[in-house]
Design a protein around this ligand. Structure first.
Ligand code: HXC
Length: 299
């Protein structure tokens, strides 16, 4: 097994569904769950991609990974697939990871373009969550919901408005259900990842011609920790949140972004670029001003 700060049987006895589990961050989390003893079910739109991913994960972990071709834009498909899962054995956890996004000027978006994102992120997440929750409640089972949002749920995001709106809705769902379903033994938390490179997101948020025009940088220089995220780090946080050992944690949205979103919250964030000589110059200038003020007060 790959390195991990958790014991290999952390999730023994767990059965977790990961939507969008065949690629990107979903796949990284699904593989980590399988490597820590969970039975994993992955949903995605492309059957072939899912089958291959599941086979590779089984090979890598020796765990149980079951692929199911389900498009979460289709509420009927969700319900049917969820019933099939619960008929076999109830889930213990659900990870709402499937998402869609692309950058565009908002004034260029059609109603259909908005729907292309909202039907996955807002409607799909809601329908999947309720399909699991309804069955947990009816069967008297405990449950654990983890949704992948973004830090945009706090500060919005220009040029990705349908995603920002939908993800903010998922954050609201998380906090709402933590209260509504808490007494029934169901937890709900969210992770807000910063930049963790994935093919699906990068091709649509930083398409090659745009990256070239912007100088080919990764954006890492603008992050306080000066690097992008590693999928391993996100998977470790997901493992923690899915574990029984943190059962008192609910209703939280946890950012894992190297401090990125806080940069825009301060007026002086760009000053991390200054060196010692700059600070010496700044100190002298401010002290000179103070001295002038004092001199004026005493004359
Ligand atoms: C304006 C656009 C457009 C663009 C599409 N449309 N691209 N409008 N600018 N760049 C419009 C189309 O014209 C059409 O509207 C409508 O959107 C639907 O277009 P389709 O091509 O039919 O879209 P569809 O096949 O539904 O696919 C869209 C998608 C796809 C589902 C979002 O990109 C996808 O499969 N994405 C999955 C992977 C992904 O996106 N992952 C990124 C998640 S990143 P009209 O009116 O013409 O019919 C994320 C957060 C990342 O969630 C955070 C990083 C920090």
């Amino acid at each position: 097994m790959a390195k991990s700060m958790f014991r290999p049987d952390l999730l023994a006895g767990h059965r977790i569904l990961v939507t969008g589990g065949g690629t990107g961050l979903g796949r990284s989390m699904a593989e980590a769950f399988a490597a820590h003893g969970a039975e994993v079910v992955i949903w995605g739109r492309r059957g072939q991609v899912l089958e291959e991913a599941a086979a590779e994960m089984r090979e890598a972990t020796g765990g149980t990974v079951t692929p199911m071709a389900v498009d979460i834009r289709n509420a009927g498909q969700i319900d049917e697939a969820m019933q099939a899962i619960f008929d076999e054995k109830p889930l213990t956890g659900l990870v709402n990871n499937a998402a869609g996004n692309f950058i565009s000027r908002t004034e260029d978006l059609s109603a259909n373009a908005f729907n292309a994102i909202a039907s996955i992120v807002a409607h799909g997440t809601f329908n999947t969550t309720v399909a699991a929750g309804r069955r947990w409640i009816a069967g008297g089972h405990r449950g654990n919901i983890l949704s992948i949002v973004t830090t945009w749920v706090w500060n919005g995001s220009a040029f990705t408005v349908p995603s920002a709106m939908s993800k903010a809705g998922v954050a609201a769902m998380t906090r709402s259900l933590a209260v509504e379903w808490g007494p029934k033994g169901i937890r709900a938390n969210a992770i807000a990842p910063g930049p963790f490179p994935t093919k699906g997101a990068w091709e649509r948020l930083m398409p090659a011609p745009l990256a070239a025009k912007l100088g080919g940088g990764t954006g890492a220089d603008d992050i306080p920790l000066r690097r992008l995220g590693d999928h391993f780090e996100l998977a470790q946080l997901a493992l923690f949140l899915m574990a029984d050992e943190c059962e008192y944690l609910t209703g939280e949205i946890i950012a894992i972004d190297g401090g990125q979103w806080l940069v825009s919250a301060g007026n002086f964030s760009q000053f991390t670029r200054l060196d010692a000589a700059d600070w010496e110059m700044i100190g002298q200038a401010i002290r000179a001003t103070n001295q002038q003020d004092r001199a004026q007060r005493t004359t």
